[in-house]
Design a protein around this ligand. Structure first.
Ligand code: SF4
Length: 85
């Protein structure tokens, strides 16, 4: 699918891009999201497919996951929080 793209050309580059993407999303599109710890902006490859930009959130995943999680939260489920150092 997108594995020929330079953003995914090696594991080191992938990990660096993923980390940079998460930092940007946490300051932008996903800033106020209460389910960040579950989603992390969705799939980087799918975001590239949809928008041409790995630094965008995965808007289809966002729509689907946030709907599912918010429905579960309304029924008493609390998504796990990751420990942050
Ligand atoms: S659900 Fe949407 S806003 Fe929340 S972290 Fe995922 S992509 Fe970002």
């Amino acid at each position: 699918m997108h594995f020929g793209s330079s953003e995914f050309s090696s594991l080191d580059i992938f990990v660096e891009n993923k980390s940079n993407r998460e930092r940007r999303l946490r300051m932008g599109n996903c800033k106020e999201c209460e389910i960040w710890d579950v989603c992390h902006g969705g799939c980087m490859g799918h975001a590239k497919f949809l928008t041409g930009d790995i630094y965008e959130s995965d808007k289809e995943f966002c729509y689907l996951l946030s709907g599912v999680i918010k429905t579960c939260m309304s029924k008493g489920y609390n998504p796990p929080k990751r420990h942050r150092a």
